[in-house]
Ligand binder design. Sequence first.
Ligand SMILES: CC(C)(COP(=O)(O)OP(=O)(O)OC[C@H]1O[C@@H](n2cnc3c(N)ncnc32)[C@H](O)[C@@H]1O)[C@@H](O)C(=O)NCCC(=O)NCCS
Ligand SMILES: Nc1ncnc2c1ncn2[C@@H]1O[C@H](COP(=O)(O)OP(=O)(O)OP(=O)(O)O)[C@@H](O)[C@H]1O
Length: 195
Amino acid sequence: MIVVGLTGGIGSGKSTVAGMFKDLGVPVYDSDFEAKRLMTTSTELKNAIIELLGDKAYEGEILNRNFIANKIFENPETLQKLNKIVHPAVRADFLEWTSNQEAPYVIQETALIFENDAQDNYDYVILVKAPVDFRLKRVIERDGSSKQEVLGRMKNQMSDDKKEALSNICIDNIDLEITEKRVAELHQRLVRQAD
Ligand SMILES: CC(C)(COP(=O)(O)OP(=O)(O)OC[C@H]1O[C@@H](n2cnc3c(N)ncnc32)[C@H](O)[C@@H]1O)[C@@H](O)C(=O)NCCC(=O)NCCS
Ligand SMILES: Nc1ncnc2c1ncn2[C@@H]1O[C@H](COP(=O)(O)OP(=O)(O)OP(=O)(O)O)[C@@H](O)[C@H]1O
């Protein structure tokens, strides 16, 4: 089975593109979603996160996303420590998920591949790209977050230019119709490749 990594900076349109592949029947693992599920359901992760960030990281059983975001995105050392707790758990969960899939290829949607030097985990890495000002506008509109908050996350991600040089395939996500055509074309290629 071919394993594809689908990455891109915040607001690039990863989830939108992932949705297009899903509509074509491709199994997609959503790392942001699964990370938060694991951070909530795994006692081991929960204890490690409370030890790192304090009791306020959870409100009862619920992940206090704003509190955690404020703690980590302006503090690279704390972010690294949290990444070290969460990312291995997500990787293990992804491998288990993959072993249960039957398809020519699967996709792991994740914001962080090159930042973690994890590109060798994939047969192909697809990068979703869009200009920074588009990405800022999209996330501010989608989440109601401030420009500062989005820039805080971007600061902890590699630039598109650096990522593009390391990717196998690139999707310029500006016009949704063009993106959809590109996804359909890539899907055909990947299915043929897997044959
Ligand atoms: C801080 C948290 C609780 C905020 O949750 P929220 O629902 O607001 O955002 P979500 O998780 O959906 O992430 C949205 C986007 O933020 C950016 N982002 C998230 N985590 C990171 C990170 N560790 N480094 C850089 N950017 C990140 C990515 O672009 C991501 O696609 C959450 O992002 C988190 O716990 N992050 C640390 C763990 C992690 O790395 N998760 C990402 C997938 S493994
Ligand atoms: N080509 C596009 N044109 C206009 N809006 C778009 C386009 N692509 C995505 N969007 C919108 O921009 C927002 C961000 O897209 P999406 O959630 O897919 O990005 P993401 O890369 O997954 O973001 P994050 O890193 O925050 O998880 C969404 O509201 C989405 O509907």
